[in-house]
Design a protein around this ligand. Sequence first.
Ligand code: HEC
Ligand code: HEC
Length: 293
Amino acid sequence: MKASMTGRNGIPKMRNHAWTIVAVGAFCSACTAMVALALAISPPSRAAGTAASGAPSSGSSTNSNHEPAGLKDAKASDCFACHAIDHKVVGPAYDEVAKRYAGQGDAAVDKLAKKVIEGGSGDWGSVAMTPHADLGEARARTIVEWILSLKPSGVSSAAAKPAAAGPSGKTYTYKTPDGTGVKLDFAVFLPGQQEKVSDEVFTGYEQFNAYCNRCHGDDAVGGAYAAPDLRHSLSGGMTYQQFIDTAMAGREAKGMPSWAGFFTPEQIRDIYEYVKARSVGLVPAGRPPSGQD
Ligand code: HEC
Ligand code: HEC
């Protein structure tokens, strides 16, 4: 079920559709990006990349030479697409999970390993964890035991560290072509070069037009299969948190795939920044000028 929906399978699917090749072919850069990504993506290396940002040293005696088996297995799976050790991403911070189940022994391991395999929502919020049937019970337990071994960081996770790949905390003010002022929590353009977009926005443009355009339309103008115009989702009030929740968890029943294990939180952030910049009218359709020009 997940296998047919994940982004991993997005590549062969896209190759199977002649119209997609035509659409992608029209975007030389998107085309290059797709080839580059197709070469770069093998789930383990991708997951390890995710973990680099999601698995800081907090609370465990981890060092890179001697990683606990549970951390290794978590990196090899898609856990760090939605979790980090010391801050919320889509799912709760792992040190918060350890804190909640402290002292509950094997009963907690049983419950949590089952939850990881089956997925589900309701214990931390309304967003559902995707199921991990392929993981197997033994590995699920090893990962959960590692999570439960984490020492709470003392300070609350939220206060300890702002979400990686989350809002910068700064405010950027721009004027759209029609003269409207807009305030954003990320830089759309390179400093002092108002016409050239940031590396993040440009990367977001490339990723969007390689992977999301198939349903959400080229340049995020809205598309096929009842996939909404994401510019309107954001101008209608959808937050970054809601955007990454939907992108990582997907809405399988409605045809929106889960991108966990395919994109890192940082990459989803890039895509969000591109679509947000489009939604407020700062970036027109087409390949935006960037530092790479
Ligand atoms: C698509 C995003 C996503 C992925 C991928 C993901 N999780 Fe989660 N996880 C969540 C969300 C959302 C919750 C909170 C669910 C809830 O509220 O009940 C959660 C909750 C948890 C919990 C706490 C469950 C509870 O009932 O208290 C554990 C433990 C956990 N995840 C481990 C993992 C592990 C291990 C992996 C990788 C094998 C993983 N997660 C992959 C999103 C994800
Ligand atoms: C296979 C088609 C497909 C692809 C590819 C796809 N989506 Fe979607 N997406 C959908 C559909 C269909 C919905 C509407 C789901 C619903 O009705 O709730 C949706 C909804 C969304 C929403 C919620 C919008 C809202 O207003 O609630 C977000 C955010 C989103 N997609 C992001 C992305 C991103 C980012 C990508 C690329 C990484 C992507 N999608 C790729 C089909 C797709």
